[in-house]
Design a protein around this ligand. Structure first.
Ligand code: MRU
Length: 347
């Protein structure tokens, strides 16, 4: 599945499969302006760290279409739009990573006209888009070695094709094992409140005929206690320099249970998800989303009026609970500080 993020030259727009309404309806959302891209990111028309990065790369191109090159202040205006774009969501570092790549290319060639800059950014966005699929396939090949024939693999949230340009990170590992002919099964935790597991992971695995069952988030302990889970593989939105990994809310609990039951817990994420400027998970910002996602299921209210809720969208799994981090450069194991610095930081 790769058609969920498309650039349309005819419309000069980014066309996104609307993940808010999957699996019931397959409809597309068109981004032509910076405000459309920011809206799509914030309301989760598109979500998942690498997909957010790809979207932001095209978003820079769209933002550049909104300023007037004849205006002497166009550079400051464009910088303002990039800042708004990179602040759209706080946790997934791929958003900032993509905008920063575009910004660096611009700063390296300050003499470019606005039209030349737009052309360069479109070419870069297409490259980031295409490379992400290759990166995921590489992760899939490394990660597949960690999965045994007959395993049932639990995953949390959606770290699949929909969360990337295609193939997926955690689901890339699962797809890699499946393509090797291993007879595996997947448990997709439903992932309250946005239900990425129930709606998106189940949708894309079922499309590929990979056996999947959805479980309530609170069934995790029982399933593990009954020996129904052999491996856990999840994605990440940001990994600190010591290997602490931010991922969808509930992941930390799954990791603690996996430790308790002696089940290997793996994280799969590309190099662009590492934030080596953040020493530990304590420095990762956690997105606090609208209460309505918790108080309502669709438009149906499920909590009493005026009751407060917590809607933290992510938690951080300490690296000591992680058996290995699958990247496109191989599987990183403890000691994480040294190995991340060497493999990701290139030191
Ligand atoms: O809020 P979301 O849906 O953007 O959160 C996504 C996740 O937490 C994913 O598990 C993570 O980004 C990995 S995506 C390959």
């Amino acid at each position: 599945m790769t058609d969920h993020i498309q650039f349309s030259p005819e419309q000069d727009a980014l066309v996104l499969l609307d993940q808010r309404i999957l699996p019931c309806r397959e409809e597309y959302f068109v981004c032509k302006h910076n405000s459309d891209t920011i809206y799509a990111l914030q309301t989760m028309v598109v979500r998942g760290a690498p997909a957010i990065g790809v979207t932001a790369a095209y978003g820079c191109y769209l933002a550049a279409g909104e300023v007037d090159g004849a205006d002497s202040g166009w550079k400051a205006k464009l910088e303002g739009l990039l800042k708004d774009l990179e602040d759209a969501r706080p946790t997934a570092v791929n958003l900032r990573w993509a905008v920063e790549l575009m910004r660096k290319a611009w700063k390296a060639l300050p003499e470019l006209s606005l039209a030349q800059l737009r052309a360069k950014w479109l070419e870069m966005a297409k490259e980031i888009h295409a490379q992400d699929i290759e990166i995921n396939k590489a992760m899939g090949r490394y990660g597949a070695e960690l999965i045994d024939d007959g395993d049932t693999v639990m995953t949390h949230c959606n770290a699949g094709a929909l969360a990337t340009a295609g193939y997926g990170t955690a689901l890339g590992v699962i797809r890699g094992a499946w393509e090797q002919g291993k007879k595996i099964q997947v448990i997709a935790n439903e992932t309250r409140p946005f239900l990425q597991g129930a709606r998106l992971t189940a949708y894309e695995l079922a499309k590929d005929d990979i056996p999947v069952k959805v479980a309530c988030d609170n069934a995790c302990a029982l399933l593990m206690q009954r020996g129904m889970v052999q491996k856990v593989v999840v994605g990440a939105d940001r990994i600190a320099a010591n290997g602490d990994a931010a991922n969808k809310i509930g992941t930390y609990g799954v990791a603690l249970l996996a430790k308790h039951f002696g089940i290997p817990f793996y994280v799969a994420a590309p190099a662009s998800t590492f934030d080596l400027d953040t020493p530990t998970g304590a420095g990762i910002p956690i997105e606090d989303r609208t209460p309505k996602e918790v108080t309502h299921v669709g438009e149906h209210q499920i909590t009493p009026d005026n009751v407060g809720v917590f809607n933290y969208a992510f938690d951080v799994t300490p690296s000591e609970l992680i058996a290995g981090i699958v990247t496109e450069r191989g599987v990183i194991r403890a000691p994480y500080v040294e190995n991340i610095r060497r493999i990701i930081g290139g030191e």
